[in-house]
Design a protein around this ligand. Structure first.
Ligand SMILES: [Zn+2]
Length: 125
């Protein structure tokens, strides 16, 4: 089963619809997501990738909010790696973290999932 959203999912969210043959869209919808909230959380990932992987099929709604770009702490990589999120999600988020650190391009920062932003932010305290 696909553990990611594709550009067809994205196109339908823009039309305020879900892709009904897509397990990710259906499971998120059943957990309380709308096309609009899917767009705001997963939309930015499509700016740098053709796929947007989700951390779990039936992801709890609402997610936390994104933060402004921050310095990435090494512990964020460790936390992500040892988390229970789907492995493809962990892989893609790790790639975004690395690319953000290498290129300093805000598109990679905003492609990071809000849960990654919030974890990294917590480390400031
Ligand atoms: Zn979908």
């Amino acid at each position: 089963m696909d553990k990611y959203f594709c550009k067809e999912c994205l196109g339908l969210w823009h039309k305020e619809k879900f892709m009904l043959c897509c397990p990710g869209c259906v499971a998120h919808r059943d957990a309380g997501w709308t096309p609009e909230t899917l767009l705001s959380v997963y939309g930015p990932m499509f700016k740098v990738s053709d796929r947007a992987y989700f951390p779990s099929l039936s992801r709890i709604y609402p997610p936390p909010s994104r933060t402004k770009p921050q310095h990435i702490k090494p512990q964020t990589y460790t936390w992500l790696k040892s988390s229970n999120f789907l492995s493809e999600f962990k892989q893609q988020q790790t790639e975004f973290l690395t690319k953000y650190e290498t290129n300093d391009n805000p598109d990679f920062w905003y492609a990071l999932d809000p849960i990654v932003h919030q974890y990294n932010k917590k480390l400031n305290f």
